[in-house]
Design a protein around this ligand. Structure first.
Ligand code: BTN
Length: 512
């Protein structure tokens, strides 16, 4: 039922397609959206977001941050969503229409419920709902704190004056309705009808359009022999007076028919508007080299193994990106450079590749990077790129991962990783960066090891004179770096004055 309501709303709005979005927004673009409260409100309808995006597809993450019935203040983020920019734009209006209207109902319901607090009276909603939205609006009313009256004409008997006239009187109407086997409520307008209804065993009486003073008199006269519900003209301004008249229930159509849609906005941030890698241009820049591209791959390291020297493997996304020491490399789709090259094994290759990555990054993004021995390319105190060299059948498979246009990272990386976009505040074109990278790799791998060591020592604040802690097999050791050996190992001068050689990674700035 709810799925069908959502489908209907999507059909009504999107129809055969959102022509503007299709014309202006490339299919590959990803985006993040946030639903934000723009005024104090009670939220409702959040579960519809899941239905909406499931219907349209193309969303990889939906985080609902509040629950129906939660009170929100201006600026609260109700939910976030990430996926195809096209989907988020197409669904924006429908999602907001549902959230704004249903939260409006919940907000109105909460105001009514709070207005009668401390009395013995409960506020009920009515059937005065938007056609087709009964179930959703009643759920929102309940989330706001009022009690649902009957859902429709089918689940309770409510005998009104026309029914009484047609049945031939109050008693006849009640007796005829008993056969339905449902709860019976009957409207009474006069003292005679009241007596007749009570005499026929009525347990739930409706008084329509009475003043609070009249209501008090009726309640006194009924004296607890039946439940009393008041309806007609009940507003937020007078609801307390009616509740204090002693009624058991007040039904207020205003909760649904007059609720104002509340102000909720949708903020969209596009990801990766930069042009994608242009393979033709890349192949033209590096003629004679094999360039293999995969939209999605487990790891470029695996795909590069066995290819000839000079071959380059690229992926837009890796599902099992490899980092050093068995760690994984976070490889969000379309946000980074994930590249493996087949190279001749040379001494200090990892250091040469770090220099190449830093040089290419500086050229294409302006971000000046530090090199944390041996393979981390750092933007400030966060890692922006990493190098992984594996020897396979006598060839060096050189993996380089650069975080280019990510706007956030998973929680476990959030303190350690950054992207060029986050570091520079600007989107970076991966196509240009990749060409600069391949050129820099060619240039630095052609240098002799002594030159690489000299350049690395100059480019890295970690090579000498830096207080660090190093994870060694026997545990963490603190000390000060004291240069590189001719093999490219890091010399660590420990606090007792002795030196130790660090041959693998695990270097951290002291205090980091
Ligand atoms: C590290 O710093 O731990 C090394 C990270 C290397 C990541 C790159 S991404 C391209 C290539 N494919 C992989 O699976 N890993 C490397």
């Amino acid at each position: 039922m709810i799925d069908e309501t959502v489908r209907q709303a999507l059909r009504e709005d999107i129809g055969a397609g959102d022509v503007t979005t299709r014309a202006c927004v490339p299919a590959r673009l990803l985006a993040r959206g946030s639903f934000i409260a723009r005024e104090p409100l009670v939220v409702a309808g959040l579960d519809l977001l899941e239905v909406i995006y499931r219907e349209r597809g193309g969303v990889d993450n939906l985080a609902v941050l509040k629950r129906d019935g939660d009170r929100c203040v201006e600026g609260d983020v109700l939910a976030t969503v990430r996926g195809r920019a096209r989907t988020l734009l197409e669904c924006e209006r429908v999602a907001l229409n549902f959230l704004q209207r249903l939260s409006g109902v919940a907000t109105a319901a909460r105001a009514f419920a709070e207005a009668v607090e401390g009395t013995n009276c409960r506020v009920l909603d009515t059937r005065k709902t938007t056609p087709g939205l009964r179930q959703l609006e009643k759920r929102a009313a309940a989330a706001g704190g009022v009690t649902n009256h009957r859902m429709g004409l089918f689940d309770a008997v409510l005998i009104k004056n026309n029914h009484i006239a047609a049945a031939g009187g109050v008693r006849q109407a009640i007796e005829s309705a008993r056969g339905a086997g449902l709860p019976i409520e009957i409207e009474v307008r006069t003292r005679e009808e009241l007596q007749e209804a009570l005499g026929a065993g009525a347990q739930h009486l409706l008084l329509d359009n009475v003043t609070p003073v009249e209501a008090r008199e009726w309640v006194r006269e009924i004296g607890g022999r039946a439940k009393v519900e008041l309806s007609g003209g009940i507003t937020l301004a007078n609801v307390r007076a009616y509740a204090e008249a002693g009624a058991d229930f007040l039904s207020a159509g205003a909760i649904t028919h007059s609720a104002r849609a509340v102000d909720i906005s949708f903020r969209l941030e596009l990801e990766n508007t930069a042009a994608p890698i242009d393979l033709d241009r890349l192949r033209a820049e590096f003629p004679g080299r094999t360039v293999v591209h995969y939209p999605k791959l487990d790891s470029t390291m695996r795909a590069a193994a066995g290819l000839e020297t000079g071959a380059v493997v690229l992926a837009d996304e890796q599902t099992a990106g490899q980092g050093r020491h068995g760690r994984s490399w976070h490889s969000e789709a379309g946000a980074g450079i994930y590249c493996s090259m087949v190279l001749k094994p040379t001494p200090v290759l990892t250091l040469a590749l770090g220099l190449a990555a830093a040089e290419a990054i500086a050229q294409s993004s302006g971000v000046a990077c530090d090199l944390r021995w041996p393979n981390d390319v750092m933007a400030g105190d966060r890692k922006v790129a990493g190098i992984l060299v594996q020897l396979v059948d006598g060839a060096a498979i050189a993996g380089i991962g650069i975080n280019v246009n990510q706007t956030s990272f998973p929680a476990h990386l959030a303190e350690e990783a950054t992207s060029l976009r986050m570091a520079s505040g600007r989107e970076v074109a991966p196509a240009g960066l990749l060409i600069a990278l391949l050129r820099a790799v060619d240039a630095f791998t052609a240098e002799p090891p002594e030159a690489i060591l000299r350049l690395f020592a100059r480019a890295s604040s970690y090579a000498a004179g830096r207080r660090v802690t190093v994870e060694l097999p026997d545990g963490a050791v603190a000390g000060t770096t004291a240069g590189l050996t001719s093999e490219g190992f890091l010399i660590l001068r420990k606090d007792d004055g002795t030196d130790t050689l660090v041959v693998a990674g695990g270097v951290r700035a002291a205090g980091a």
